[in-house]
Write a new protein. Structure first.
Length: 147
């Protein structure tokens, strides 16, 4: 596993295969990274972050997959803003996000409703190739990291 750490202890960037295994690894990596940063695996922040990463990574693998291209997970601890920022980037910019197009019976778009409810802020940024879905979670209600 190749991990880039741009600012020690505050950011993780990882490219993962656009497969179900890659999506599972993204979720696990999120939990272990937050634990390293002082947010326990069984805490609210970790549970929420892993749920969001699981949904965004599953979307990247299912709807954003381009054969031969990975997706990217980025976690950033923004202490000055009391925020955890999660970004999942995929290689498909031609497919917009969908929200429950067919009502509650529709199986597509439910996960984004969960993301919307749990996030402090969230959005989509277009890239040269593909898109990035980003989510910000507040740290205030979570246990403060060890210093």
């Amino acid at each position: 596993m190749n991990v880039e750490i741009s600012t020690p202890g505050t950011e993780l960037v990882q490219r993962l295969s656009a497969t179900p295994r890659g999506a599972r690894l993204a979720r696990r990596l999120t939990g272990s990274t937050l634990a390293t940063w002082g947010y326990p695996h069984d805490g609210d922040l970790s549970h929420t972050a892993r749920l969001i990463v699981a949904e965004l990574a599953a979307n990247a693998v299912t709807h954003g997959r381009v054969p031969g291209r990975d997706f990217e997970l980025r976690l950033s601890l923004l202490r000055e803003r009391d925020t955890l920022r999660i970004e999942v980037s995929d290689a498909r910019g031609d497919r917009p996000l969908r929200f429950l197009d067919g009502g509650l019976e529709d199986e597509n778009g439910r996960g984004l409703v969960i993301v919307q409810v749990l996030a402090k802020l969230w959005g989509v940024t277009e890239r040269d190739v593909g898109k990035t879905v980003w989510v910000e979670l507040g740290l205030t209600a979570s246990r403060r990291p060890r210093t």
